[in-house]
Ligand binder design. Structure first.
Ligand SMILES: [Zn+2]
Length: 293
């Protein structure tokens, strides 16, 4: 069970699966010419499939363990969910997620907090599981920290990327009394706090960690592929507000490159963790695999 230490905090990955996305569908404003200079290095890093050229996204959570709390950040796709538009996610019933959790020495009752960076399908799925025909919180002792603003917006917006996940993965947690709806700058304590990173969704947040002078940030989906470090202006199809998403990416990378935070992304190829390095008027992602122990 590889872990990464941030002072007294440890970070581990819980990988559920990988999913392929067609490049031009996911980044609809890009052209084949835009991608041409990047295909080779993205394939070498595992961000693109070598034969199809499709984007390959890990679907994963991070477990953050501090001396006080065990925190699960984002909860992947989940089992038994009605996702007819995406066959690999639709009503699946595999053991990969719970096996990965067990590999970290954890059972669902061990989780003190679940933090959802945003409420898309692949970030809230294991919030709940289907028991006797009802969606019940998977983590019985956890408070689920979600943005109140984001929940309020998705309650009234009928948006395909969030409609289904609200019904089976968010609202049942609220009804069970386990949701803690917060502003996106909420601080759990002086080691773990949220930082607003809106654009991909209306009130997307990142999770900041600090301990003993070391810092890290879990960036959720403010970027999906390391090519966006070079091209923060490339807009992903699910980005809610394209200009805000671009501005957030630039601001995030400027900040992380200046302070040398360990950056943990959801869908960057494994190990998905590294540093943002300023290069010319853009950035690149320097992977940090060697420091996992
Ligand atoms: Zn995602």
């Amino acid at each position: 069970m590889p872990q990464r230490a941030i002072g007294d905090i440890s970070i581990a990955r819980i990988l559920e699966m990988s999913t392929a996305f067609e490049r031009s569908a996911f980044y609809p404003e890009t052209t084949a010419e835009d991608w041409a200079p990047h295909l080779a290095w993205l394939m070498d890093e595992g961000a693109l499939d070598r034969s199809s050229g499709d984007l390959i996204f890990p679907i994963q959570s991070y477990v953050v363990r501090t001396s006080h709390h065990t925190i699960l950040v984002d909860t992947c796709v989940g089992n038994d969910k009605d996702r007819p538009h995406r066959p690999a996610w639709h009503e699946k019933s595999d053991t990969s997620y719970m096996t990965a959790l067990a590999r970290e020495g954890l059972v669902p009752a061990d989780i003190d907090y679940v933090m959802c960076t945003h409420l898309h399908l692949d970030h809230v799925g294991w919030n709940t599981r289907l028991i006797d025909g009802r969606w019940v919180p998977t983590f019985p002792n956890a408070k689920y920290i979600m943005s109140k603003k984001e929940v309020d917006i998705w309650k009234v917006e009928d948006h395909p990327s969030s409609r289904l996940s609200m019904i089976d993965s968010v609202l049942p947690v609220i009804e069970a009394g386990q949701a803690q709806l917060v502003s996106s700058d909420f601080a759990l304590d002086d080691e773990v706090w949220l930082e607003p990173s809106p654009g991909h969704t209306p009130d997307h947040f990142s999770v900041r960690l600090a301990s003993q002078g070391s810092t890290a940030v879990l960036g959720g989906d403010l970027m999906h592929c390391p090519v966006q470090c070079l091209h923060p202006e490339w807009v992903a199809r699910p980005d809610w507000d394209r200009n805000l998403a671009i501005a957030t990416r630039r601001r995030f990378m400027e900040s992380c490159s200046e302070t040398n935070d360990l950056v943990c992304m959801t869908h960057f190829p494994l190990p998905s963790v590294g540093r943002i390095v300023a290069e010319g008027d853009a950035f690149r992602f320097a992977y940090d695999e060697g420091e996992w122990v």
